[in-house]
Design a binder for this molecule. Structure first.
Ligand SMILES: Cc1cc2nc3c(=O)[nH]c(=O)nc-3n(C[C@H](O)[C@H](O)[C@H](O)COP(=O)(O)O)c2cc1C
Ligand SMILES: [Fe+2]
Ligand SMILES: [Fe+2]
Length: 401
């Protein structure tokens, strides 16, 4: 018996867990895996919402067949074409030859580019409806959350939003499927890591999508995303988080990230952190950019207002792991942070000077003067580090309501 879970009497969870893949999109570490969620509505007409990664095709189709037995599958709603959700479309239509594929014009362009022409296209426009019998679906186009074809589907008798990747996160569903069945702290962190690294760049489009849902004035009882838990107890909690993340709203706290080979730059990070603490800042996180994957750094940078970056010089440039971080930040469109800079160099430098160039490009508010120690930090360098910490703490404390 394969695991299928009733979301309501006739809406089923038919997703699968992936514990094998090391890196999502071959980039993001999956320490605790990922789920590819899919759903089935069993009505006069039957419908599935999204498929799974191609490696999971067989178990996915077996789950559908286990529910439908000899009955046909009438519709596949394709909310998103990224291959972690579109990988089983062709196989599903091979199994159910009359299957109608529901998507918008952009969906079918991508579908044909990826998988060649399939058949039975049912093209919908923003706001269109589709009745399955007792259940009625409405479609909301939400372009560029985070692909051009992304859309959401809403079922009105139960108030269920099939939201594709929006509101979803990393982490397999290990038994618990719903928000009230799992440890939410873990999934919230993993949902923010997913958001900040994959969707965050498109915050303006997320805001548009949230407005569209709000203006539609639809009761939101259940949010069923394509990764992570199903939000049924407090769906507005995850909507609020998305709203805050997409407006780059922050909590009080400072993330210090450094690149250091022999520990000299690291010493400066510890002095800065201690002084922040003496000034009453409680959320302080120090990360070694060579040890912690950039996706976790971005996730914390999305959360906290204060950012202090340090780098030793390395072959006339930034230390490579810090270079990865600043490149990702430049691309991420993350706005409105407070930035302090420190580092070390033994001859002509390259670390601090490049962090300063980054600061000009990203246009965050600068905090204190950047400090560059010669080889190892001396008392005067530590005093400059302390000055950065003092100004950072002062600016953060001033923002307290
Ligand atoms: C492979 C390598 C390349 C370096 N490149 C530079 C450089 O281009 N310019 C510079 O001023 N110092 C350079 N340095 C010196 C270090 O930046 C300097 O010793 C620094 O204090 C090391 O800090 P850490 O102890 O935090 O690793 C280099 C050191 C190494 C090992
Ligand atoms: Fe996606
Ligand atoms: Fe996805």
């Amino acid at each position: 018996m394969l695991t299928t879970v009733n979301i309501t009497d006739d809406i089923y969870y038919i997703g699968v867990n992936d514990r094998e893949t090391y890196l999502f999109e071959n980039l993001w570490p999956l320490d605790r895996g990922v789920s590819y969620n899919a759903y089935l509505i069993d009505d006069e007409q039957t419908a599935v919402f999204d498929t799974v990664k191609n490696t999971k095709t067989h178990v996915f189709i077996d789950k559908i067949a286990g529910i439908l037995k000899d009955r046909p599958l009438d519709y596949l709603v394709i909310n998103h074409m990224e291959p972690d959700h579109s990988g089983a479309i062709k196989a599903l239509q091979d199994k159910y030859p009359d299957l109608k594929l529901v998507g918008n014009t952009k969906t079918f362009e991508l579908l044909e580019d990826f998988y060649g022409p399939l058949k039975n296209y049912h093209v919908i426009k923003d706001g269109d409806q589709l009745s399955l019998g007792t259940h009625t679906l409405s479609f909301y186009l939400t372009p560029m959350v985070h692909w051009p074809e992304t859309m959401m589907s809403y079922e009105s008798t139960t108030g269920t939003l099939f939201s594709m990747d929006a509101f979803g996160g990393f982490g397999t569903l290990d038994g618990g499927i719903f928000d009230d069945e799992v440890n939410l702290e873990f999934y919230m962190d993993e949902t923010r890591r997913y958001y900040s690294n994959i969707v965050g760049k498109y915050g303006a489009m997320v805001q548009k999508a949230l407005k569209k849902l709000k203006d539609a004035n639809i009761p939101m009882n259940i949010i069923a995303p394509t990764h992570g838990p199903v939000w049924r107890t407090d769906p507005h909690c995850i909507i609020d988080h998305y709203d805050r993340w997409s407006r780059a709203e922050t909590e009080e706290g400072v993330v210090i990230v450094y690149g250091s080979m022999y520990g000299n730059t690291q010493k400066m990070a510890d002095v800065i952190a201690r002084r922040l603490s003496e000034n009453g800042i409680k959320n302080i996180r120090i990360y070694d950019a060579s040890k912690t994957h950039v996706s976790y750094l971005i996730s914390d940078l999305w959360r906290f207002k204060g950012v202090i970056l340090g780098s030793c010089a390395y072959n006339t440039g930034l230390f490579p792991t810090m270079e990865t971080l600043v490149n990702k930040l430049e691309n991420s469109q993350l706005k409105d942070r407070l930035l302090g800079i420190f580092g070390t160099a033994s001859w002509s430098g390259g670390g601090v000077s490049n962090l300063n160039k980054f600061a000009e490009k990203i246009k965050w508010q600068r905090v204190g003067e950047s400090v560059e120690a010669k080889s190892s930090p001396k008392e005067k360098d530590f005093q400059q580090c302390i000055a950065i910490a003092d100004e950072m703490a002062e600016r953060l404390i001033k923002e307290r309501a």
